[in-house]
Design a protein around this ligand. Structure first.
Ligand SMILES: NC(=O)c1ccc[n+]([C@@H]2O[C@H](COP(=O)([O-])OP(=O)(O)OC[C@H]3O[C@@H](n4cnc5c(N)ncnc54)[C@H](OP(=O)(O)O)[C@@H]3O)[C@@H](O)[C@H]2O)c1
Length: 253
């Protein structure tokens, strides 16, 4: 089995890369910084291949996935690379927002664009995106991140319908808070926090089971689905109160 993971040098991606390697797969990861890769894989006796590629560079990610696929194609592509906003705020830093959209939105699109022809040709394969529970509702202080993950979740839902007839499974993963370098910078409470190695294990099981949507942990699923099915005006009113009262715990940074 051949597996390509974008942003597989730290956090959830790193543990998925090691997990797939342990299962005997040929694994490649990409990231912008080779030092992250060297730092995190040097003691792991790994033959994981590294591509120094920014997922927002359409032709570069296409080149990397095509190179790794070679003549025999690719089985599993995981669009995992993503960033959060540097600061959580009412009014986003729009420079950072532009960068985030290029990575979280166009990065996934570019990755899937590169993988789909390979999979259509073989009439088999699996596309996976690491979206987020943040994509189910517009949450305060994290507008652009939420919107980027809504895009990813919706894209996967459509692809799950459209690509099935080509033998391609599409899996959307929506984690809650996972302990990684991305969340280490958060200074607000993170309920139901899951360790990155445990998260990677859960994701790999969902991928293996060919789930089309996997939301975890369960307690976070209950919270986000409850919010998702509230009438939107009630949701907005409650969140405004929650977000402006100093007596409420600050979950939104
Ligand atoms: N941690 C959480 O609580 C959580 C929850 C829900 C969803 N997620 C999602 O899970 C995914 C992985 O997050 P994580 O928490 O594991 O974060 P992380 O530890 O910060 O890892 C992010 C990975 O993406 C790479 N990356 C970032 N920008 C890139 C770009 N432009 N091109 C290529 N690679 C890039 C990083 O390497 P370089 O910096 O070297 O490029 C790194 O390998 C993200 O999509 C995130 O939104 C995370």
């Amino acid at each position: 089995m051949k597996v390509f993971i974008t942003g597989g040098t730290t956090g959830i991606g790193k543990y998925m890369a090691l997990g797939y390697q342990a299962l005997g797969a040929k694994v490649a990861v990409c990231g912008r910084s080779e030092s992250n890769f060297i730092e995190n894989f040097k003691d792991k006796n790994s033959d994981i291949k590294f591509y120094r590629v920014d997922v927002s560079d359409r032709s570069a990610i296409n080149g990397a996935i095509t190179d790794f696929a070679g003549a025999d194609g690719i089985d599993l592509v995981i669009a995992n690379a993503g960033i959060s906003m540097d600061q959580k705020s009412d009014i986003p830093d729009f420079d950072c927002a532009q960068k985030l959209v290029k990575i979280n939105v166009f990065g996934v699109l570019n990755t899937f664009e590169a993988a789909i022809p390979q999979m259509v040709e073989k009439r088999s394969g699996q596309l996976v995106a690491i979206s987020s529970v943040a994509g189910f509702n517009g949450l305060p202080h994290t507008s652009v991140y939420c919107a980027s993950k809504s895009f990813v979740t919706t894209l996967c839902e459509s692809f799950a319908i459209d690509l099935k007839r080509y033998g391609i499974t599409t899996t959307c993963i929506c984690p809650g808070f996972i302990k990684t370098p991305l969340t280490d910078k958060n200074n607000h409470p993170m309920p139901f926090l899951v360790d990155a190695d445990i998260a990677a294990e859960k994701i790999m099981k969902a991928v293996e089971a060919k789930k089309e949507l996997y939301v975890f942990p369960t307690l976070m699923l209950i919270v986000v689905y409850f919010m998702k099915y509230l009438p939107r005006s009630i949701f907005r009113t409650v969140l405004r109160i929650f977000n402006s009262s100093p007596k409420m715990p600050n979950f939104f940074g």
